[in-house]
Write a protein that binds this ligand. Structure first.
Ligand SMILES: NC(=O)c1ccc[n+]([C@@H]2O[C@H](COP(=O)([O-])OP(=O)(O)OC[C@H]3O[C@@H](n4cnc5c(N)ncnc54)[C@H](O)[C@@H]3O)[C@@H](O)[C@H]2O)c1
Length: 101
């Protein structure tokens, strides 16, 4: 049985918080997962940053192929956040194949 002290809430809330408590080794449980394509671009990078900061209970997944105009610079403030995940697309053709890095 796990000790109560080893558990912490997803949001860091107190004992009154109703979100699922978890240990450090368990993956975070998110209410929703939001997929943003082209999230390393000029416009969508700001969308991603806003979503990550304002919705800590949502997992924000940024799927981008990092072409010439992409930049991860705008995403530095959220790159280490628990509710943010970046995936580089190597090749995408829809409908059909999606190759991820
Ligand atoms: N004012 C500024 O400093 C500035 C800077 C950059 C862009 N802009 C302008 O902003 C406007 C639009 O910017 P934007 O954000 O819509 O476009 P963007 O070109 O900045 O970003 C598009 C993003 O989509 C990604 N992408 C492209 N194809 C993809 C695919 N198949 N799968 C996954 N990801 C893919 C790219 O890698 C890129 O990160 C343009 O007019 C541009 O000139 C302005």
């Amino acid at each position: 049985m796990r000790s109560r002290a080893a558990r912490r809430c997803v949001c860091g809330g107190d004992e009154g918080c109703r979100r699922k408590a978890r240990t450090m080794s368990e993956p975070a449980v998110f209410e929703k997962r939001l997929l943003v394509t082209g999230g390393a671009g000029f416009i969508a990078s700001h969308v991603v940053v806003s979503l990550v900061k304002n919705y800590p209970n949502y997992l924000i997944i940024n799927l981008d192929k990092l072409n010439y105009c992409a930049s991860l610079k705008n995403l530095e403030t959220v790159s280490e956040k628990e509710n943010y995940k970046f995936i580089q697309v190597i090749k995408a053709s829809f409908p059909g194949n999606l190759t991820l890095y």
